[in-house]
Design a protein around this ligand. Structure first.
Ligand SMILES: [Zn+2]
Length: 343
């Protein structure tokens, strides 16, 4: 059982603030807000059309600009009555083994949010309202690169409030019989991931990356979701992956990659797991200063890890980022020219 400590204002209004009192200023020699790196939002509304991976239903998603301290919220435009907004936040995540699903108290949900969340985190976008006309985000090409391309081609708008980050102060970990995940103190955002699949096309893969300096855009954003051919029939029988194709997921069968064109990276699978983890960690409500390790981890485990962090008041603190800290966050050093030329 995980203990939940709410650190955010849970009002139904779209705006929310990290509410732990006055944040400390990170770095040296900065004692006021002026001149600090500022929060951002998207420059203009950006629309994406596709199908839901699991539902197979058409889906239109629009990322709209939002003001300072708004955070990331979703809004269901296909529902006319009641509370249709859902915060992209760890404490409204519902257990779902194959994707990240959030649900508000009115029961309104949206699923498969992790790739657009990774794109926002990786591009350093702190505030946005994401409108969606159904219960599942479009899968696009199975990676985050269409969202990254859309965000960076339209540009990121600077706002008038400093960037807040969640600094990990003590190691926090969660374990299951199959794997584990951990967050440890680090003056930056970095990630190590390890996976081990019986299919030789995936096999054992490990990777460690510092996510500053545009690393997410260069190294991770084009890596696609993947599955084993042996699992496709099982998922279909459960009503999952109905929108899956060989084009929007890497399908492997033993040593064979069934998707046309093969892999985008030899270790595309572990890169995608890191992409997923970055998106899921952004549900903390702010960028995390820390080192994430995932050992055969998935969406549920990363969410359990966030719940464990926020259950321990001594494990983290909120900081206002100075230039030195902001330069170590995933949105730092992002260049549109470095978007992989795929899809
Ligand atoms: Zn994914």
């Amino acid at each position: 059982m995980f203990h939940t400590v709410t650190i955010f204002d849970l009002s139904k209004n779209p705006g929310f603030r990290i509410s732990l009192g006055k944040p400390r200023i990170g770095g040296c020699g900065v004692g006021h807000n002026q001149g600090l790196p500022v929060q951002t939002t998207v420059q203009t509304s950006i629309t994406f059309e596709g199908v839901g991976l699991h539902s197979g239903a058409p889906a239109t998603l629009t990322i709209r600009p939002a003001d300072v301290d708004h955070g990331i919220w979703f809004q269901r435009t296909d529902i006319a009555l009641g509370d249709t907004r859902i915060p992209a936040r760890w404490d409204v995540v519902e257990t779902s083994p194959l994707c990240t699903l959030i649900r508000n108290p009115a029961g309104v949900s949206v699923s498969t949010i992790e790739h657009v969340m990774a794109a926002l985190a990786g591009c350093g976008v702190h505030n946005a309202l994401i409108e969606i006309d159904g219960p599942e985000c479009p899968i696009m090409d199975g990676s985050a690169v269409p969202f990254v391309r859309g965000i960076l081609s339209h540009g990121v708008r600077r706002l008038s409030a400093p960037v807040q980050a969640i600094e990990i102060l003590t190691p926090v970990s969660v374990h299951t019989a199959n794997g584990w995940a951990r967050l440890s103190p680090e003056q930056g955002t970095s990630m190590s991931f390890h996976i081990d699949f019986t299919d030789a096309a995936i096999g054992v893969q490990s990777k460690t990356l510092n996510l500053a300096n545009g690393t997410f855009v260069r190294e991770l954003c084009d890596s696609r979701t993947f599955c084993r051919a042996a699992d496709v029939d099982m998922m279909h029988s459960q009503g999952k992956a109905l929108g899956g194709t060989y084009e929007n997921a890497v399908v492997v069968d033993g040593a064979d990659v069934l998707s046309p064109g093969g892999l985008r990276h030899a270790d595309e699978a572990v890169r995608h797991k890191m992409l997923d983890a970055l998106g899921d960690l952004f549900l903390a409500g702010a960028p995390i200063l820390g080192h994430y390790e995932g050992h055969k981890a998935g969406h549920a485990m990363t969410n359990a890890l966030l719940r464990e962090v926020f259950a321990n008041r001594d494990a983290f603190r909120i900081v206002l980022c100075d230039d030195r800290l902001a330069a170590r966050l995933p949105g730092a050093g992002v260049k549109r020219t470095e978007i992989p030329a795929v899809a």
